[in-house]
Design a protein around this ligand. Structure first.
Ligand SMILES: NCc1[nH]cc(CCC(=O)O)c1CC(=O)O
Length: 336
C-alpha cells in the first residue's frame, strides 16, 4: 500500500513580529499554489531572541537563531522552517537543505534618523555623532567611509531598536537597519535614506532581504511544492552570495558586504553582477571586487561565489579575515 499522502504541513518560525509576518508570506504563497493542503504555524523563542546582552560578534555558536528549530524539524515536529536568510549559517546540518527562494524584498541597508532630528543622509550626520548598529559589517564599513562618526551597539528586535534610538536620553543620532525588516513591518516612514555602493559605499549582508526556507533533505514532496513559489533570479543570486561567504569562511561575523544585481551584457545575455567588500573592523584595510558572471544553475551560482571570493582574496581579504580570527582567539582565551 502506498504511504498516505501528506496534506498538512507545520511551519516552524521564531516568535518575533517580523518572523511571524515573514512566515505568513510563505504560508499565503503555498496556500495559493496548494489550496487543498493545510499549513499550520509553530512558533518558538530561540536562544538568539532571549539573549540580548552579549555582543553578537562575541558569540561562538553561529546558529543561535536556527539550531533549536532545526532540531524540531529533524525530529519531525515541524516540516520546514522560515528564516531571514541572512541569519542562516552557510553550512547546514547534513540532513537539512534550503529550498528555492521567493522574490527578495529590498536588500539594502537604510539610515534611520532619531525622531525629531533633521538629517536627510549619512553624509549630513555631524562628526562625533553616534550611529546605532551591532553588526560588525556595518561598523567596519562606517569606520571606512565615515571615520568621523562613532558606533555603538543597539540590540533587540526592530521595534526595540527604534525605541532605543528615539528615547529622549539616547546616545544615538541615527541607526543603520535593513530596509526589508522596516518595509515588512510597515515602518517605511522611518527610512531616511536607502544606502548603496553609489550613494554611501555601504553594501548589505549576504542573503539580506530574502527568506530562507529550510527543509529536510529527503523531503522531495515539499521541495517540489516550494519550486512553485520560488524565484530563480533570487535563488541564484542568494546561492552565489552564500557561496562567497562560505568560501571566505568568516561565518556570520565576517565583515563582508555584497551588492548583487542582474545586468544585461553587451552581447545581450543576462549576467549576475556582484560587488563585494571585506573591511577590517577599524576600517583601515579593505578588499573589494566587482565581477560579472554567467549564472543560470545552482552549480554555476555556487561556482560564481567562489570566483568572487578569489577576487576578494587577491585584493587582500584573506589577511583581513585572518586578523579578525586571531583577535577572536585571543579574546576567547582571555574570557575562559
Ligand atoms: N540581523 C537581524 C536581522 N535579520 C533579518 C533582519 C531583517 C532584514 C532581512 O530579512 O534581511 C534583521 C534586522 C536588521 O538587520 O536590521
Amino acid at each position: 500500500m502506498a504511504a498516505p499522502t501528506r496534506t498538512t504541513f507545520t511551519i516552524g518560525t521564531r516568535k518575533s513580529k517580523l518572523a511571524l509576518l515573514q512566515t505568513d508570506l510563505v504560508q499565503a504563497a503555498l496556500q495559493k499554489t496548494h489550496p487543498d493542503y493545510e499549513f499550520k504555524i509553530f512558533s518558538k523563542e530561540t536562544a538568539g531572541d532571549l539573549n540580548t546582552t552579549i555582543a553578537l560578534k562575541d558569540f561562538t555558536t553561529k546558529n543561535l537563531w536556527t539550531e533549536e528549530l532545526e532540531e524540531l524539524m529533524i525530529a519531525g515536529q515541524v516540516d520546514f522552517i522560515v528564516h531571514s536568510l541572512k541569519d542562516v549559517p552557510t553550512i547546514l546540518p547534513s540532513s537539512c537543505i534550503l529550498g528555492p527562494t521567493m522574490p527578495r524584498e529590498d536588500s539594502r541597508d537604510v539610515l534611520v534618523v532619531k525622531q525629531g532630528l533633521p538629517y536627510k543622509s549619512l553624509a549630513e550626520i555631524p562628526a562625533g555623532s553616534v550611529v546605532g548598529t551591532s553588526s560588525i559589517r556595518r561598523t567596519a564599513q562606517l569606520a571606512r567611509k565615515y571615520p568621523h562618526l562613532k558606533v555603538q551597539d543597539i540590540r533587540g528586535n526592530i521595534g526595540t531598536r527604534l525605541s532605543k534610538l528615539d528615547a529622549e536620553d539616547s546616545p544615538y543620532t541615527c541607526a543603520i537597519l535593513a530596509a526589508a525588516g522596516l518595509l515588512r513591518l510597515d515602518l517605511q516612514d522611518r527610512i531616511t535614506q536607502y544606502l548603496d555602493s553609489k550613494n554611501s559605499g555601504m553594501l548589505y549582508a549576504v542573503g539580506q532581504g530574502a527568506l530562507g526556507i529550510e527543509i529536510r533533505k529527503d523531503d522531495t514532496l515539499l521541495h517540489g511544492m516550494l519550486d512553485k513559489i520560488g524565484d530563480w533570479d533570487t535563488t541564484f543570486a542568494v546561492l552565489a552570495e552564500r557561496s562567497l561567504l562560505r568560501t571566505l569562511e568568516g561565518g556570520c561575523s565576517a565583515p563582508l558586504g555584497v551588492e548583487t544585481e542582474w545586468v544585461q551584457s553587451a552581447e545581450g545575455s543576462k549576467k549576475l553582477r556582484m560587488r563585494s567588500v571585506v573591511v577590517s573592523v577599524d576600517g583601515q584595510k579593505c578588499a573589494e571586487a566587482e565581477v560579472d558572471g554567467d549564472v543560470n544553475s545552482v552549480e554555476s551560482a555556487e561556482a560564481f561565489g567562489i570566483t568572487v571570493a578569489k577576487a576578494l582574496v587577491a585584493d587582500g581579504a584573506g589577511e583581513i579575515l585572518e586578523e579578525i580570527q586571531r583577535n577572536k582567539v585571543v579574546k576567547e582565551g582571555v574570557a575562559s
